[in-house]
Ligand binder design. Structure first.
Ligand SMILES: Nc1nc2c(ncn2[C@@H]2O[C@H](COP(=O)(O)OP(=O)(O)OP(=O)(O)O)[C@@H](O)[C@H]2O)c(=O)[nH]1
Ligand SMILES: [Mg+2]
Length: 204
C-alpha cells in the first residue's frame, strides 16, 4: 500500500535551498513612498516564496495615510517584505522591502542594518514622497539607485529632468522598470550591484 501524501514534504524544497556554491550574501533594501510597488518588486524577483506582511487597509487609516493616486490599493505593508535571488552561482541577494507609509518608517532603522545598498522605487505621479526617502538614505550614507516604476497613468519624464527634480548627483543611476516583471526587477538589482561595484572601485 502506498502511504505517500499529496502534501509537499515539510522543510525547504528545491529553490528554497541555497546552492552549495553560494559564497557571498548581500543584503539590499527596497524603499519608496506608499504604493510605489515595493512588495510587487520583491515578489516578482524572489526565487523563494516571498515573505510579506501586508494588512488590509481599513477606514481607520482615512486621513492618516496619503492614498492620493493609489485609491484602488487595498493592502499595505506594515513591517517588511523579504525575498531572495541568486545572481550567479556564488552571489545571493537578500531583498528586504520596507513599509511605505510614514507611520511605519521607524522600522527602517532595523531593516537597514547590514544593508550594502538600496533601491528607491519612484512613481512619477507622486515624486514628492521620494524627497524624504532619498534624504534619509543620504543622511545614512547608504548608496542607492533610483528605479522609476511605470504605471499607466504616470507621466513620463526624460531621465535628466528626473535627476534635476530629485536633486540627484550625476553618479546615481536612474533606471525604468516594471516591478511586476521578474526580468525588469532583476535588472534593477543588477543596476544596484553595478553601482556598488563602481563605488567600491572608486578611490576615495
Ligand atoms: N501598472 C502597474 N501596477 C503596478 C506596478 N507595480 C505595482 N503595481 C500595482 O500597484 C499596487 C501597489 O503595489 P505594492 O507592491 O503593494 O506597493 P508598495 O510600495 O509595496 O505599497 P506599500 O507597502 O503600501 O507602501 C498593486 O496593486 C500592484 O499590483 C507596475 O509596475 N505597473
Ligand atoms: Mg508593500
Amino acid at each position: 500500500m502506498d502511504f505517500r501524501s499529496s502534501e509537499p514534504a515539510p522543510g525547504p524544497q528545491g529553490t528554497d535551498r541555497l546552492p552549495d556554491t553560494a559564497t557571498t550574501a548581500v543584503k539590499v533594501v527596497i524603499v519608496g513612498g506608499f504604493g510605489v510597488g515595493k512588495t510587487t518588486l520583491v515578489g516578482s524577483v524572489s526565487e523563494i516564496r516571498p515573505l510579506t506582511t501586508e494588512e488590509t487597509m481599513t477606514q481607520a487609516g482615512a486621513g492618516v495615510d496619503d492614498t492620493a493616486g493609489v485609491e484602488r490599493k487595498t493592502a499595505t505593508t506594515v513591517a517588511m517584505d523579504f525575498g531572495r535571488i541568486s545572481i550567479d552561482e556564488e552571489l545571493v541577494l537578500y531583498v528586504f522591502g520596507t513599509p511605505g507609509q510614514e507611520r511605519f518608517w521607524f522600522l527602517w532603522n532595523g531593516l537597514f542594518e547590514g544593508a550594502l545598498g538600496a533601491v528607491v522605487l519612484v512613481d512619477t505621479r507622486r515624486l514628492e514622497v521620494s524627497f524624504d526617502v532619498i534624504g534619509r538614505l543620504e543622511d545614512r550614507g547608504v548608496p542607492f539607485v533610483v528605479a522609476v516604476n511605470t504605471f499607466p497613468e504616470s507621466p513620463s519624464y526624460p531621465i535628466e529632468e528626473l535627476r534635476t527634480a530629485l536633486d540627484l548627483p550625476a553618479e546615481v543611476p536612474i533606471v525604468d522598470c516594471d516591478a511586476r516583471t521578474r526580468s525588469s526587477s532583476r535588472d534593477v538589482l543588477m543596476a544596484l550591484m553595478r553601482h556598488l561595484y563602481a563605488l567600491a572601485a572608486t578611490p576615495v
